[in-house]
Design a protein around this ligand. Structure first.
Ligand code: BT5
Length: 311
């Protein structure tokens, strides 16, 4: 979308404007104005055509840069915003390009959305939020676990007030509602010596997805729409999420993240199993660095990676 499209949009936002007037204001022919209107409609804008001219009825549901820029209130996260209608994976793109601190890469659709350990992430077009945030700052390696917990914590904080249901955090970093997963996080880091110097935080949140989109995982996956029974404005949630992530990162060193997460920890007090490790026991909480404390027959064990399930 260029400046001419933006002028047309601004003009027709709250009034009907004739093709002739738009042509004069933009310096292009009336036919060219009509073509631009068609292009805007292809981008999802709903525009009323009448004998008096054109009027915008509804903005696009797509998370185009022009839409995000006008709604986002952050200092640096998302100031550089890269939008794709479709891409293989936003994390792969962010990893293979040298993007500045705070860059957000979002795609309406991912053909190879990545989960952890080579797993896949289902990304149905226009239904969820699929994006990666580039953080190019130095953190001590010891903060790795806590840093990766920050993202699910911030997403939960950003959206909890929009929901009737309670959000639970499944260690290490999934978000659940009613025992089903609606958001996943793929935190990839670049480490030099004892320092983390780049984080690519890949975030997938199911917003308006329908059950049938989840195919064979429909018993374990869910969306905000499925749980709350209503459609959400993705743009609003996306902006709140980015703003909350920025605030949480800014107060990272003073934030009592492990305490905060423990309050909403899924399966706390229940018997769990750490898959692949053969460890079973009662989930008792988190240690200061974000590791999971499990009370086993041999005493309290703390684990720093793995997947958990209820026994
Ligand atoms: C994750 O992995 O949950 C990390 C997901 C990260 C996705 C984002 S989207 C933007 C960015 N770009 C990418 O390419 N990825 C990131 P993991 O904990 O390994 O969970 C993967 C498992 O979750 C799969 O094996 C499925 O069982 C399940 N799953 C797949 N898609 C899902 C979905 N849309 N909703 C809920 N569960 C899903």
């Amino acid at each position: 979308m260029d400046r001419t499209d933006q002028i047309i949009l601004e003009q027709i936002e709250d009034k009907t404007v004739s093709g002739e007037k738009l042509s004069k204001l933009t310096g292009i022919s009336r036919v060219a104005v009509w073509k631009r209107i068609k292009k805007l409609e292809d981008l999802g804008y709903r525009i009323k055509h009448s004998s008096e001219g054109y009027r915008l009825i509804e903005r696009t549901p797509y998370l185009l840069p022009v839409e995000i820029k006008r709604a986002l209130k952050t200092g640096y996260i998302g100031k550089n915003y890269i939008f794709f209608d479709q891409i293989d994976s936003t994390n792969m793109y962010a990893k293979s390009n040298d993007l500045p601190d705070g860059t957000v890469v979002l795609a309406e659709n991912q053909t190879k959305g990545k989960g952890r350990k080579g797993r896949r992430w289902i990304s149905s077009k226009g239904k969820g939020l699929y994006f990666s945030i580039v953080i190019k700052r130095n953190y001590p390696l010891n903060d790795l676990m806590k840093l990766s917990l920050l993202f699910p914590y911030a997403v939960k904080e950003a959206i909890k007030d929009y929901l009737e249901n309670q959000i639970k955090i499944k260690w290490p970093n999934d978000l659940y509602i009613n025992n089903r997963k609606f958001a996943g996080f793929l935190i990839e880091t670049e480490i030099e010596g004892n320092e983390i110097n780049r984080i690519i935080a890949g975030i997938g949140i199911n917003i308006n997805n329908e059950p049938e989109e989840f195919g064979d995982i429909k018993d374990t996956a869910t969306s905000l729409k499925i749980e709350e029974g209503k459609t959400f404005c993705r743009k609003e949630l996306f902006c709140r999420v980015l703003e909350t992530i920025e605030k949480s990162l800014d107060k990272f060193s003073s934030l009592d993240l492990t305490d905060e997460i423990e309050k909403d920890l899924l399966w706390k007090g229940e018997n769990i199993r750490i898959l692949d490790e053969g460890i079973e026991g009662r989930l008792i909480g988190l240690d200061r660095s974000g590791g999971l404390k499990v009370l086993t027959e041999k005493g309290v064990l703390t684990v720093y990676s793995g997947d958990i399930s209820v026994r």
